[in-house]
Design a protein around this ligand. Structure first.
Ligand SMILES: [Zn+2]
Ligand SMILES: [Zn+2]
Length: 333
């Protein structure tokens, strides 16, 4: 019996250690809800990657909540000459079959013309870059994630002003600078579908505000850009709330009744005013939650310091009181 258990254990361990294959990843329809993950991922394993098809040349990929609680979204846009992958997610490990799935979706004809780009340099949007550097996948262009590389690759001469363009062949994607969450943040607009890929700039999730003034200016810039354009959907980097607008716990691996990924043009147009109302710490307006992590950290440090100083003062006061009563007792004796 024990030997049988050991064999079963070994088989399970082998299964877990085997990289998932792209062929196991089913492409689902656009309207299918995303996998909600699980509270206990060890007891309820989930496929690591999900793919939803917007149209025959546009795919949305998402890393499962049980693979990373960040559960970032990535986007594959296929043109006649080149393809653009926007973000590579939070997992470098080969058990996340990102590169294999992307090449499966592309087919052999695009293997030499893939551009791997990022909405911004945070690790949860570029950890999978390493999967595209290996041999056997042609020579994809991997756009650098530092600010100088971003400016250089897209040809921004007066960052954060100006709009850049990536021509995929019969499919032009506009690139709009949108610093504020991060200095390297950009937003992509696909003219063919009218989809706006907003990364962590705008999404039904926590908007972490790093530079409030830059964020407001970017919101105005992107709103001005989309004002006279069709917007079929605003697709961001994460979803962190349910359909009622209630935010899941930080690092939650279970998202029941999750909010739709796509926001709309009205959300983009409303963002400058929403950000202007931001109190600098935490605010929620509809499906936008704004947080300034630096200020919140500072507030916690100040509060913790105040508690520490009060505790020390209480100890000193107590000691002095004890000294006085002790001295009094000795005099009386
Ligand atoms: Zn980010
Ligand atoms: Zn992110």
């Amino acid at each position: 019996m024990r030997r049988l258990l050991v064999l079963v254990g070994l088989a399970a361990a082998l299964l877990l250690a085997t990289p998932a294959r792209a062929a196991e990843i089913a492409v689902q329809s656009w309207n299918t809800p995303w996998d909600p993950g699980a509270e206990n991922c060890a007891a309820h394993p989930h496929p690591p990657l999900e793919v939803h098809r917007f149209d025959s040349k546009t795919f949305v990929l998402r890393e499962n909540l049980c693979a990373t609680w960040e559960a970032p979204f990535m986007y594959l846009l296929i043109g006649n000459a080149r393809a653009l992958l926007i973000d590579t997610g939070d997992v470098a490990d080969a058990r996340m079959p990102l590169a294999a799935t992307v090449y499966d979706l592309l087919g052999a004809q695009h293997a030499l013309s893939l551009i791997v780009a990022h909405t911004h340099r945070h690790l949860d949007h570029r950890a999978g870059d390493s999967q595209f550097k290996g041999a056997g996948h042609g020579a994809p262009t991997i756009v650098g994630y530092d600010i100088d590389s971003v400016k250089r690759y897209y040809g921004f001469k007066d960052w954060p002003n100006g709009i850049a363009h990536v021509d995929l062949g019969g499919r032009v994607v506009d690139v709009i600078p949108a610093p504020g969450h991060n200095e390297t943040q950009i937003v992509f607009y696909d003219r063919n579908t009218g989809l706006l890929f907003s990364g962590d700039f705008l999404m039904p999730a926590r908007l972490l505000v790093d530079d409030p003034a830059a964020y407001v200016a970017s919101a105005q810039r992107v709103a001005d850009f989309v004002r006279d354009k069709k917007v079929a959907g605003v697709l961001g980097g994460h979803v962190e709330m349910n359909r009622a607008g209630e935010v899941y716990d930080w690092e939650s691996t279970y998202h029941p009744d999750e909010h739709a990924l796509a926001l709309g043009k009205a959300d983009v147009l409303a963002l400058p005013a929403t950000l202007t109302k931001f109190n600098g710490f935490y605010a929620q307006s509809g499906h936008v939650i704004m947080i300034d992590p630096t200020r919140n950290l500072l507030a916690v440090v100040i509060a913790a310091s105040a508690v520490f100083v009060a505790a020390i003062a209480a100890v000193i006061l107590g000691f002095r009181r004890w000294q006085r009563s002790h001295a009094g007792a000795r005099i009386a004796a």
